[in-house]
Design a protein around this ligand. Structure first.
Ligand SMILES: C[S@@+](CC[C@H](N)C(=O)[O-])C[C@H]1O[C@@H](n2cnc3c(N)ncnc32)[C@H](O)[C@@H]1O
Length: 469
């Protein structure tokens, strides 16, 4: 019988490109051995009794406990379909499943005991599945997966990389049939309790049991829009911005609010301002905020976040009041269009620079690299600190970490053709009006703050605003 003090190896999947962020989080929070595996994955060695702590990891998407990793299994057998079929058919019976299944059971007991957003529960894929989809009432405490037989349903899912004479469905079928013979579990591709995952990478095979349910990355959302960002990617962006307790973070193009919601729950001590100019987006973000607040309700506090309708050309916040700006810009595909981005991006950068405090940072995610590079050439108020690529649903997306430069902030600093066009835009004009009208108020606030602040950049900014008056 397996023992909860036993250590198991768990593989975590992360957004490719954010492995280091996930590893740092894992080391900080779990204080256990972890190392990078392939692109988009890292491994953790953890005791079964602590397996529930994996749910604290916000940068990960899925995780599965390893039953067995086999190097070069195919070398010892003939490279023909029949021999491989036979090998896969017999493989399940040769493995020791005890620790993996105890880890699965322990995690499930924990998972069923905690409140989750309804969106995290698996949904039927097709309308026709609806009548079949009844939550299987399973007592995870009482069940022994080794002997439960038909009381448990399972599926096998294979991911294959490399050149083989067989495909993934071949592995699903023959390895799955061996698992069924061994445990007598029911096969159910939709309503399964156990998901056995097989990874075939070139000459190696690894067999695992997935611990996470589907849709972990949508854990903060109940109301969806066309371009919702995954929670684990939102976490990665906030970490790239080096968001720390005490910081006020703004997402001025928040859509359904994914980044701010993740920050409010996942990075303690931070406050989040989420805005969007689209009525429906603001409605979704507010509804998501309300639903998530109920889940995270504590006696003395509400979720540290505000949602408001705002136009990024004219953010209703005073100058230099934000520590971090973290946003997912419209790529010009599902949201906005590419031509408009050439105008939107420089103006957004400019207005973000106004609200960002000296030495503040912005982390921007976009697929429209050209528009962002051009915007950075136009708006000199940001310097590029770091740029990385992540993979989001098969798309290569760029993430830019920008630092606020010392360059002078003036409402008239857009000098290029786009800048000239921008200055004739009624929204930019309105912004300039707004700044002029509010400048004294901003100045007063900055003077008050400056009593305790010896920051030279802050003083420069005050002088700058004075010269504008
Ligand atoms: C890529 S989506 C953001 C998606 C969001 N991260 C989420 O998870 O739902 C870009 C958002 O920018 C907003 N947007 C576009 N132009 C804007 C503007 N001028 N001011 C404010 N928001 C704007 C769009 O309404 C859209 O919701």
């Amino acid at each position: 019988m397996a023992d909860k003090e036993v250590k198991v190896k768990v593989i975590c999947s992360v957004a490719p490109g954010f492995e280091q962020i996930a590893l740092n989080e894992c080391k900080d929070k779990l204080k256990c051995e972890c190392e990078k595996e392939l692109r988009g994955r890292f491994s953790v060695t953890i005791t079964i009794k602590e397996i529930h702590r994996l749910s604290e990891l916000r940068a990960v998407n899925h995780f599965w406990v390893i039953v067995k990793e086999i190097e070069t299994p195919f070398k010892s057998i003939e490279n023909d379909e029949k021999s491989i079929q036979e090998y896969l058919d017999n493989l399940a019976a040769e493995l020791n499943w005890e620790n993996g299944l105890l880890a699965w059971k322990t995690y499930k007991i924990f998972e069923k005991s905690r409140p989750l957003n309804p969106s995290v529960k698996r949904k039927p894929k097709m309308e026709s599945d609806v009548q079949d989809v009844e939550e299987i009432p399973l007592n995870y405490v009482a069940i022994d997966p080794l002997t439960a037989g038909q009381a448990l349903a399972f599926r096998v899912t294979t991911q294959r990389t490399g050149k083989h004479i067989f495909g993934s469905p071949f592995v699903d079928r023959y390895f799955g049939s061996g698992v069924q013979d061994l445990f007598n579990w029911k096969v159910d591709l939709t309503n399964f309790n156990i998901k056995v995952v097989v990874h075939v990478l070139d000459d190696s095979i690894s067999v695992g049991i997935q611990l996470t349910e589907d849709c972990q990355a949508l854990r903060n959302l109940t109301h969806f829009g066309p371009t919702n960002l995954r929670a684990n990617i939102s976490y990665g962006l906030l970490k790239l911005a080096n968001t720390k307790p005490g910081d006020i973070v703004c997402d001025p193009m928040c859509g359904g609010g994914s980044i701010s919601l993740e920050g409010a729950v996942g990075i303690p001590g931070t406050f989040h301002v989420a805005g969007d100019n689209h009525e429906k987006a603001v409605e979704n973000a507010s509804d998501n905020y309300t639903a998530l607040s109920k889940l995270n309700k504590t006696e003395n506090s509400t979720l540290p976040m505000s949602v408001l309708r705002m136009d990024v050309y004219h953010i209703p916040l005073r100058t230099a009041c934000i520590d971090r700006i973290v946003t997912d810009l419209p790529f010009g595909k599902k949201s906005g269009n590419k031509e408009r981005n050439m105008f939107l991006y420089p103006n957004a950068l400019y207005e973000m620079a106004r609200i960002c405090r000296p030495k503040g940072k912005a982390v921007l995610l976009t697929q429209h690299k050209k528009a962002l590079w051009k915007a950075l050439m136009i708006c000199k108020l940001w310097s590029m600190e770091y740029c990385t690529k992540i993979n989001m649903g098969g798309m290569n997306i760029s993430v830019y970490v920008l630092g606020r430069t010392k360059d002078k902030f003036t409402p008239r600093s857009l000098k290029t053709t786009e800048g000239v066009k921008a200055r004739h835009n009624p929204r930019v004009k309105k912004n300039e009006e707004f700044l002029k009208n509010n400048i004294n108020e901003n100045l007063d606030k900055l003077h008050i703050e400056n009593k305790d602040c010896e920051n030279k950049q802050q003083n420069d900014l005050i002088k700058e605003i004075e010269t504008l008056n």
